[in-house]
Design a protein around this ligand. Sequence first.
Ligand code: IPE
Ligand code: IPE
Ligand code: MG
Length: 244
Amino acid sequence: MSLNEYIFKSLDSNIPKHVALIMDGNGRWATLRGLDRSKGHQEGVKRISDVVRTADKIGVKAITIFAFSTENWSRPQKEIDEIFALVRKYLKEERFNEDNVKITFMGDHSILDEDTRKTIQEVREKTSGNTGTILNIALNYGSKEETLNAIKTISKDYKNGKIDIEELDYNRVENHLMSKGLPDIDLMVRTGGEKRLSNFLLWQLAYSELHFTPVYWPDYNELEFINSIKEYQKRERRFGGLKL
Ligand code: IPE
Ligand code: IPE
Ligand code: MG
């Protein structure tokens, strides 16, 4: 059976609209092979397009990937520089338009270097008209920072008489989050074996299905992604209600 046949035969029609991924385990993948951690990041970045293409094939509308957290600044400068160099290379070289992929971002980019900020701006503009899968990249993203900024903006609006406390609802809060406009996250996958959220999308993951896999991110290929979707299809979502 070809990979395509396998993919389509093994899934039912319940495809998640939005999948979020914590791409973890690059360092351990490399260390296990006696390689430098940077080799793990190099190999890991290649998996992103595999996942995005598979997502497109099966009808996933949006993928959010955790590329760099607000806490990752505590790593050695050399590793940080290597990660950002890889991010820039990926954004500059990947042919998103050929796959009709639209790139969006989350995170505070104001403290990033000029080249990275320019690269982000260019890829955003270049792909803004694409209508295929959305690849949303969380770069210098932290959910607590995002929440804090939302609280600050809402407080200012209140102070300036723009909103009443009584008017504040979930929708208004969500309008101040960086995920604004994206579908709800149906499935969150974390590779690398850790079972934690690490400050990723704390509001947005309410009622998402969570899949934790021991596979290190550089080994997370098309079939692993399909396996995560299959795992999702086994779940029964109740949203606080009763079994349908
Ligand atoms: C995830 O892999 C990539 C980033 C955080 C940028 P890690 O670098 O965290 O890999 P491990 O968890 O140390 O194996
Ligand atoms: C989460 O991985 C962040 C990214 C994948 C970008 P970490 O490796 O930074 O998370 P912790 O420190 O193990 O929780
Ligand atoms: Mg890690």
